[in-house]
Design a protein around this ligand. Structure first.
Ligand code: MG
Length: 272
């Protein structure tokens, strides 16, 4: 099942089936997608798509693809390297990524597969981990590299601040439920900047696969339904390039994951 969240022409926020019954119209989903829901016969006209989930928590992994760890000069991780993004950073498909007033110069893209947790769990075994996954969507772990890494902005840089600016977590276009992508996902993932491919890899290249990530995180904290986990970015990010490549006003950035879809956002400047 492919699930979207949207605003109706009348201004209501609802969930629906992503395959429109006809262009601009979707079948309404009633109930809570994490407990009891059903696809109704009712149809809505969509005004615009929203991020398919409003997560209570966003976890994210650093250095989870070997070639990305290499391009940054980082050591290969022996356990998942974890950080968080503020839930206020989430935007939907078609919404603008804003280069923040507090650091507009070195904002970078990171195309990623996002996992949506469907069931509360703690100390989940690797074998049972996929039972706790509701589905997947595309994500862009937008990062202000100056805040993330410059020592003058913190003792060793500040990952959470650099990755939590408003608009820095585009998600979408829809959630594809786990039954449609059984097993450990082996999906092509590509990022396009203004129609040029800047990242191209497969999710099978992750150092820690999704069952391992879910199991490992649940050894620390209870995972709640709706929690989003960004699973790391492949090689090809902007700041490691020569010359570096950063987002500029007017750019279009696309994250495409096979069997899930394409997440498109344009870039603009934050206004005071
Ligand atoms: Mg990332």
């Amino acid at each position: 099942m492919r699930i979207c969240r949207y605003v109706t022409k009348a201004g209501r926020v609802r969930m629906g089936l992503y395959q429109p019954v006809e262009p601009g119209r979707v079948q309404v989903i009633a109930g809570d997608i994490f407990s009891d829901f059903r696809v109704t016969e009712e149809c809505d006209e969509i005004d615009r798509l929203l991020a398919p989930i409003k997560p209570p928590t966003i976890f994210a992994l650093g250095f989870n693809y070997g070639k990305h760890a290499e391009e940054t000069g980082a050591r290969m991780p022996t356990v998942p390297v974890l950080f968080m993004k503020a839930p206020t950073s989430v935007i939907g498909p078609g919404e603008k990524i804003l280069l923040p007033l507090a650091g507009p110069e070195r904002v970078d893209y990171e195309g990623e597969l996002a996992v949506i947790i469907g069931k509360r769990g703690k100390n989940i075994s690797r074998e049972n981990a996929l039972d706790y996954v509701f589905g997947y969507t595309c994500a862009n772990d937008v990062s202000a590299r100056d805040w993330q890494m410059d020592k003058e902005r913190g003792q060793k840089g500040q990952w959470v601040r650099g990755k939590s600016f408003d608009t820095f977590c585009p998600l979408g276009p829809c959630i594809v439920t786990v039954d449609e992508i059984p097993g450990v996902p082996d999906l092509k993932i590509r990022t396009w900047l203004n129609n040029q491919i800047v990242q191209s890899a497969s999710t099978r290249d992750m150092i820690f696969d999704i069952p391992t990530i879910v199991s490992e995180l649940s050894r620390s904290m209870t995972l709640e339904p709706g929690t989003v986990i960004l699973t790391g970015t492949p090689e090809g990010v902007g700041y490691t390039r020569v010359p570096p490549l950063f987002l500029r006003p007017g750019d279009e950035i696309k994250v495409e994951i096979e069997q899930i879809g394409v997440l498109i956002n344009n870039v603009d400047l934050e206004r005071s």
